[in-house]
Write a protein that binds this ligand. Sequence first.
Ligand SMILES: Nc1ncnc2c1ncn2[C@@H]1O[C@H](COP(=O)(O)OP(=O)(O)O)[C@@H](O)[C@H]1O
Ligand SMILES: [Mg+2]
Length: 582
Amino acid sequence: MTNTPRISGISGPTITAELMRGCFMHEVVRVGWEKLLGEIIRIDGDLAVIQVYEETLGLKIGDPVERTGELLSVELGPGLLGGIFDGIQRPLPSLYERWGDYISKGAIVPRLDKIRKWRFTPVAKAGDRVEGGTVLGTVEETPAITHRIMVPPCVSGTIAAINSGEFTIAEPVAELDDGTRITMRQRWNIREPRPTAERLGFNVPMLTGQRILDTLFPVAEGGSAIIPGGFGTGKTVLEQTIAKFAAASVIIYIGCGERGNEMSDVLHQFPLLSDPYTGRPLMERTILIANTSNMPVAAREASIYTGMAMAEYYRDMGLRVALMADSTSRWAEALREISSRLEEMPGEEGYPTYLASRLAAFYERAGRFRCLGRKEEVGAITVIGAISPPGGDFSEPVTQASMRTASTFWALDYDLAYQRHFPAINWRTSYSLVAPNLSRWFAENAATDWGAMVEEANAILQREEELADIAKVVGIDAMGEKERVEMELARLIREGYLRQSSTHPTDAFCSQVRQTKLLAMFLDYARTVSSAVHKGCPLETVLRAPMVEALLRAREMPEDGLDAELQSLREEVRAYFGKGWA
Ligand SMILES: Nc1ncnc2c1ncn2[C@@H]1O[C@H](COP(=O)(O)OP(=O)(O)O)[C@@H](O)[C@H]1O
Ligand SMILES: [Mg+2]
C-alpha cells in the first residue's frame, strides 16, 4: 500500500499524485476509491498532475490512484448513431437508467452496447490483401446509415477467414493470416486525428437551409464556420437549426459547457424530429454529446475531442459529417482554468499561450479527404463552432484565434437580435473566404448567373448602408425619391429574404432551389421598380405597391404551388408598374 500511487494534492478539477514513476503523458488513470476518470497532463519526477473528468469533491490526500496504461480513447463501432453521450462517452440514457438523473461518479458503463448483435455482411473474402481503411463488410446501423466495418488504421495483412452473420461488437468478424482478429469496434485516442489518404480542396458547399448563410456566406463541405455572438443573439438556436437541416449524412452535436436546461431541450426535442430530406427520424443519423455547465470542467475538452473522433470515424466510411460545438468558449475557459491551476505562464486575458494552437488544431480536423485505404472515396467533416465572447466583443482571444483558422465567419449581432431580426447574422461583417471555390458549384446547381444574382443583392444591401448613413445626418424625409426607393428595395431583401424563422414549418428550412426562386423574385422586383422609377414612377406608387405584403410572405409559402404563386405575383407586379413606366 505504501508504495502504490496516491493523491498528494487536490486543486479543484486537477490533482497531484505521487509515486507515479513510469507513467506517461495523457495516460488515463482512475482516481480515488470511486475510481474517477482522470488523465495525466504533467509529469514532474515521480509526481503527476492529473485532470479529473468527474466531480472531485470528496477526494482526500492519500487516496489511491490507479494507472491504466491507456490513452483517453473513444470506442467506435455500430451503435453510436442515435446515441446520447456525456463528454467521456458514457451513454446518458443508460446512466439515467442505473442511477436516475444523477450520474454516479466513476460509473464504469459500457460505452457501446456489448450485448446487441449486428448483422455483418462481408464484402471482402479470404485471401484478400487488406490495409487500414479497407472495408471488410457492412452493418445496417440504422435505416439511414450503412455502417462500413473497416480495417483499423495501422493494421494490414491477408484475410485468413471472414464470417457472415450476427455478431456483437466484441466478436471477431475476420482474422488475418498473422492471427490478428478484427472486430466491429475500434479504439481511438481522441487527441490524435485519424489518418486519411489525402486532404482535398473545397469545391462543394455544405448547405444549411438558411438563406443568409447559403446565399451570402456559404460554408464549404469540409470547411469550418464560426458563430461568435453575445448572450442571447441566437448561437444556440442557429447551431440547432443547422443540426436539423444541414445537408450532411451524419450530424454530431456537442453541447459544451452551456446551460443544462438548453441541452435537455435538445435531448428531448431531437428524438422527435424528422429528417427534412428523407422524413425518417433525425436521430438515425445523429449523435448528441452533452457536457453541460454543471458537469466537470475538464470534461469539456474531452467532449470536443470525443465528438471529433466520432466524426472522423464516419468520415472514414466516406460519409459527409457535420459537427456542431456549442460553445467553444466554454472549452477555452476550461483550458484557462486548468492552465491557471498548473501555474502556467498566462497569455492574453489569462488564457494559456497555447490557446490559439489548440483551437487551430481542432478546426484543422475539418476537411475533405480521400479515405484511408480507399483513395477513390471521399469523406468530409464540416465544423461549426459557436463562440461566446463576453459582452459580444469580438476582439477577445477566442474569437480572434478562431477567426485565424475558420474560413467562414457568421457574426451574430446584438442590434439585429434586439430588433428580432433572426437569424441575427450581420451581413456587413460576416464573410466566407471559400465563396470563390464554390462559385462553380452554385453556377451548375443553383443558377448559371447565381454569382451575379448574389452580387446584385449585395449591391442593394451595401447601397442601403451608405444611404442609412446619409439619412442619419439629413433625416429620411430629406432623401431623394430615388434613394428612398433604393432603401425600400433593400428592406424587402432584408425582411423577405435574409430574415428566416427557425420555427415556421415552411420557412425554417429553405432548399437551394427555393433560395434561387425567392432571390430571383426579389431581384426581378427590384429591376422592375428601378426601371419604372427611372421612367418617372413616383415614390408613393412604390411604397404603396399592394403586392409587397405577398412578396414578404413568399418565404412562408408551401412548396406546393409555389411556382404558380410566384408567377402570378410577377404578373401582378408587371401590371402594377406597367402603367406607362415599365
Ligand atoms: N432564428 C431564430 N428565430 C427566432 N427566434 C430566435 C432565433 N434565434 C434566436 N432567437 C431568439 O433568441 C433567443 C436567444 O437565442 P439563443 O440561441 O439561446 O442565444 P445564445 O445561444 O446566443 O445565447 C431564443 O430563445 C429565441 O427567442
Ligand atoms: Mg446559447
